[in-house]
Design a protein around this ligand. Structure first.
Ligand code: NAD
Ligand code: UDP
Length: 331
């Protein structure tokens, strides 16, 4: 059991954030869940509201906030293409201003801060699988850029606060994550396919379905995020592999990939979900969205070696748990 801390989770009422809040409370910490409910909901954290160690703060991270905390998990940002493209200017603001405000807070109260970055910083990758040392292939002016570039600038800010102000930072690059409490209408592939299959409606594969993704169950991601936050370098271990000029207080700032390296084509995902739901749905093909990455799979060597972390939930078991969740919601 780690010592009890006061922990801020921005975006705590969202999909990953709500699972993170739950896990941190289970570990005995005080959790401040900050959210503006753009894509998150009170329903996601309703079961935590009676816990004396849980506090809900309605706030927008583009504005500064003053709190006393030991740890900050910065997750606030719409994450699905439909939601982050709804108001793209705001999406960039949330990533950039949110990072500045949270890093400023971390600097003031000497808190350790973790950024939920993303595989999108690799764009449409030309290296496969993607290691952390890859700089990516990102279109700076396309419809996905508000998210991709916003998250890239956030990483820049994290590393500048680290070098310039010695803020104790951690950066994780999260790959496609799925599980209970995904937003019903956020258009992400797992939730779309499950809902379509459960309703026996056409399952919409974009393009010819040969593009790949690698899907990680939310419990595994939460485990990896917390391991990274609490990971401290053994003084005799070599410093971080990217030659950052100053060591952070905890020694290893990242970035580190977190994701499942079981790769699957979107067409095979559709077939799998139709099979697991025993659905009568047919597969239909729709146009591929602009700049949709062709292949994506994390190289998780670093997370395995440093954090002793690897995903435990295989795709089929994770999908079955997620299908149960959506089945209950659709009744
Ligand atoms: P989500 O949309 O469910 O959660 C985001 C949360 O942030 C929501 O609760 C939303 O209301 C809140 N939020 C948005 N703008 C805000 C603002 N201005 N101020 C305060 N709160 C705000 O998405 P998620 O899938 O849980 O993603 C959480 C984080 O993980 C995001 O930063 C996302 O970029 C990152 N991530 C997620 C995935 C994934 O596959 N789910 C992959 C890579 C990275
Ligand atoms: N996708 C699809 N049908 C859908 C929703 C998504 O074929 O109904 C595809 C999408 O084009 C992409 C992949 O599934 O190739 C993953 O999409 P998602 O929006 O979940 O995540 P991201 O593109 O951000 O990885």
């Amino acid at each position: 059991m780690t010592k009890s801390m006061t922990i801020l989770v921005t975006g705590g009422a969202g999909f990953i954030g709500s699972h993170l809040c739950e896990r941190l409370l289970d570990q005995g910490h005080e959790v401040l869940c900050l959210d503006n409910f753009f894509t998150g909901s009170k329903e996601n954290i309703e079961h935590l509201l009676d816990n004396k160690k849980f506090e809900l703060i309605r706030h927008d991270v583009v504005n500064p906030i003053f709190l006393e905390v030991d740890r900050i998990y910065n997750l606030a940002c719409p994450a699905s293409p439909i939601h982050y493209q709804y108001n793209p200017v705001k999406t960039t603001k949330v990533s950039v201003m949110g990072a500045i405000n949270m890093l400023g807070l971390a600097k003031r109260v000497k808190a350790r801060i973790l950024q939920a970055s993303t595989s999108e910083i690799y764009g449409d990758p030309q290296i496969h699988p993607q290691p952390e040392a890859y700089w990516g292939n990102v279109n700076p002016i396309g419809p996905r850029s508000c998210y991709d570039e916003g998250k890239r600038v956030a990483e820049t800010l994290f590393f500048d606060y680290y070098r310039q102000n010695k803020v104790d930072i951690k950066v994780v690059r999260i790959f496609n994550t799925y599980g209970p409490r995904m937003h019903l209408n956020d258009g992400r592939v797992v939730s779309n396919f499950i809902i379509q299959a459960l309703k026996n409606e056409d399952v919409t594969v974009y393009g010819n379905g040969s593009q790949t993704r690698s899907f990680c169950y939310v419990d595994d991601i939460v485990d990896g995020i917390i391991r990274m936050m609490e990971y401290e370098v053994n003084p005799i271990e070599p410093e971080d592999p990217y030659n950052h000029t100053e060591p952070s207080l905890s020694g290893f700032p990242g970035p580190v990939n977190l994701g499942n390296d079981q790769e699957i084509t979107i067409l095979n995902l559709a077939k799998k979900i139709i099979g697991l739901t025993d659905s009568k749905s047919k597969i239909v093909f729709k146009p591929l969205p602009c700049n949709d990455p062709i292949r994506r799979k994390p190289d998780i060597t670093l997370a395995k070696g440093k954090l002793n972390w690897e995903p435990r939930v295989d795709l089929e078991s994770g999908l079955l748990r997620t299908i149960d969740y959506f089945r209950e919601r659709l009744i």
